[in-house]
Write a protein that binds this ligand. Sequence first.
Ligand code: GDP
Ligand code: K
Ligand code: MG
Length: 260
Amino acid sequence: MNTALFGNPNTGKTSLFNQITGSYEYVGNWSGVTVDKKVGKIKDSMQSLIDLPGVYSLNPLSNDERVASIALLQEEAQQILNIVNANQLERSLYLTIELLETNLPQVVVLNMMDLAEKRGISIHLERLGELLGVKSYSAVARKGHGCEEITQLFKNEPLHSSAPFMISYHPIIEAAIARMLTEIGEEGNMKKRWVAVQYLMNNELIQLEMNKKFPGLSRIKEEAEEQLFKAAGHSAEDDMYKTRNAFITQLVEQVTEQQG
Ligand code: GDP
Ligand code: K
Ligand code: MG
């Protein structure tokens, strides 16, 4: 069972990785890109933790982002450890949403809790977990706080399977997703809705891979883009981006409190 560590740059990924793995090795490059692949063995567990480059989204503009998508598409990431910067919750949650849409077993770790506290921000962990449908933990990875509890999660597998997570997009987009799912059919064991969503969001890696197998998808997207432009005056990508951000803004309001 492979768990992959996802998070924004500078959220404490390396610090957490070092806390919960006993040893690690570089196992070459990711296929097609010159990004080192680092895999660690989780302490007191048979499971491996794959360190991924820090990214803000899965949309592959850079090689780093490409790796994050490859890990999901090629099913190297069977479970997800999503580290979130508690001090920059709103920005961090964009990636979290993209990861939740995979519906893979996952947990969210709010790191940098010391910095959030210093700024007088308190975060309702349990409420956040409930709203996202995943277990959430807090940590100060630099000091090792909370890391023991996170390590323990890997004693058993799989991780808590998350409650099905779904953001409802514009009706025109939802109709396109439904058509795409029919087109994809039963083939493969992929996270199909996630694939459809990423395809519509112009994840080029997903588009390239999927167009090879399902040539009908591009026509479905084109038709949806036309319809949406007539109805709303913008692209599917813009619309979905807005929907996600509206979801995040509302979520952050519900789970954070500014003290003093
Ligand atoms: P990465 O870029 O995501 O791998 O993050 P690093 O683990 O390299 O951490 C980035 C910086 O944040 C380093 O200076 C760490 O010592 C620091 N850091 C990591 N975790 C915490 C934390 O929980 N609180 C604070 N205050 N600093 C942290
Ligand atoms: K860094
Ligand atoms: Mg790092």
